[in-house]
Design a protein around this ligand. Structure first.
Ligand code: SF4
Length: 444
């Protein structure tokens, strides 16, 4: 038996790519392990969107030199950093065996086999017109009741702070029939909730002649027997159509949560970011969403300290947050990444100012998250039970339709079931509740 260890950095798409790599290598006799010291093959799946994730990947890679000196192990790097630096990585890191770009996951087994046989070092970062990895079936992991399904990859938007279109290539959608088939197989294997993935799912189908659009795709998935819940990420606000917003009110399996990154509340900054919407247009979409689906949970990504962001711009972001009241947000200090357009922009914001703005913004978000979570106390929510707590065998955990973590008493027999839970306490990152029987669900 050969053992595979994968270290993943970055977003949900990267984690799904790692699952695809594991699925492919399992067919070549590898078994996944969480014991680095016992592994025969180590893959670092990287992200280059944020400087911190890149630093962590480099530091992890550095530590692998010792492992390579101690025993025979194959070491590879995949993901956005691999795509970005290609062969240069082989020159810089002597203990690295292969570099695998974002369009080449499907080639992983043959590359590993080649290295096993001949010890050749390989860098494969070519772009392909059709991304074959989109069609790699990833079976559900033992005991899992939720699964990710890629519906598209790449992006045509070129936001000035983002490297993704350069490293993942242009937008490519999977044929709807393939997506539906994959979800049917997942449902048959016990999956109850699917998360549809893409850099900008709202433009699903645009590059595929005769394809249904995203709202139609959602309706097709809504009809699949066995699937109880549908989620998706990520949505670009400019592409969020009225038809898609209506789906939240009409498709019973579509969960009442949308991740809709606003990035800034200042129109001046949004223009420099090349986001192609104004703060008022964003707010209008939020109002429409709430009209079709009262109580919908909305989360966001926000960047502070984008080049040229003045105090007044930052205040506009806070003002927008006060108007929207996001359920949660992921906030970051802008970091200059090689290859992005904004790297050339003037008006760098100093680190101290970025840190101060980030702390202020996160304090506002914490207040809002608590406010939203507390409003759920006393109500009953539907929870899809996902697992038993790691620390307590009589404690189970799952998510509400609005994507909130809910913990309550129970055992493993509830995993995969949707149960009504009365919320008794609210915290910043989770809710606590008690199981209710025979009661109607009152909130998302
Ligand atoms: S929409 Fe913008 S931020 Fe999102 S992946 Fe595309 S370029 Fe990057």
């Amino acid at each position: 038996m050969k053992y595979l260890y994968i270290q993943t950095f970055g977003c949900q798409m990267n984690f799904h790519d790692s699952d695809q790599m594991a699925a492919l290598l399992e067919r070549s006799g590898y078994r996944i392990t969480d014991d680095l010291a016992a592994s025969d093959l180590v893959i670092i799946n990287t992200c280059s969107v944020r400087e911190k994730a890149e630093q962590k990947a480099h530091s992890f890679m550095g530590r692998l030199g010792k492992l390579k000196r101690e025993r025979r192990v194959i070491i590879g790097i995949a993901g956005c950093l691999a795509q970005q630096w290609g062969k240069e990585f082989l020159a810089r890191i002597p203990h690295l065996d292969f570099v695998l770009g974002t369009h080449n996951i499907h080639r992983l087994p043959e590359i590993v086999e080649e290295i096993e046989k001949s010890g050749t070092r390989v860098a494969e970062t070519s772009f392909h017109e059709k991304v074959k990895s989109l069609e790699i079936y990833t079976p559900s992991r033992n005991g899992h009741v939720t699964s990710c399904v890629t519906i598209m990859q790449g992006c045509n938007n070129f936001c000035s702070f983002c490297i993704v279109p350069h490293l993942r290539g242009r937008e490519e959608s999977r044929p709807s029939g393939h997506i539906v088939d994959e979800i049917r197989r997942l449902a048959a294997s016990g999956i109850r909730e699917v998360m549809l993935l893409g850099q900008n799912v709202n433009s699903y189908g645009n590059t595929l002649a005769g394809s249904p659009g995203f709202p139609e795709l959602l309706a097709m998935i809504n009809d699949i027997e066995g699937v109880e819940r549908i989620r998706f990420t990520t949505s670009h606000p400019k592409d969020l159509s009225e038809d898609l917003m209506k789906c939240f009110g009409s498709l019973e399996k579509l969960c009442e949560h949308i991740h809709l990154p606003v990035q800034s509340g200042s129109d001046r900054v949004l223009t420099r970011m090349n986001r192609r919407y104004t703060s008022e247009e964003y707010l209008e979409k939020v109002r429409t969403l709430r009209a079709y689906c009262p109580g919908i949970s909305i989360s966001s990504d926000i960047i502070v300290g984008f080049p040229g962001e003045e105090e007044e711009d930052f205040q506009k972001t806070i003002d927008l947050m006060e108007k929207v009241i996001f359920d949660t947000s992921f906030s970051f200090k802008y970091s200059a990444r090689p290859g992005i357009v904004a790297q050339e922009f003037e008006g760098r914001v100093d680190e101290k100012t970025k840190s101060r703005r980030l702390s202020l913004l996160q304090a506002v978000q914490e207040r809002h998250t608590l406010q939203v979570n507390r409003s759920l106390v006393g109500g009953i929510v539907d929870v899809l039970v996902e697992s038993v707590s790691r620390n307590d065998a009589f404690e189970i955990t799952g998510r509400s339709r609005s994507h909130k973590i809910v913990n309550f008493s129970g055992d493993s027999s509830s995993i995969g079931r949707i149960v009504p839970v009365r919320i008794t306490a609210a915290f910043a990152h989770s809710l606590r509740g008690e199981r209710e029987s025979g009661r109607e669900v009152t909130q998302c």
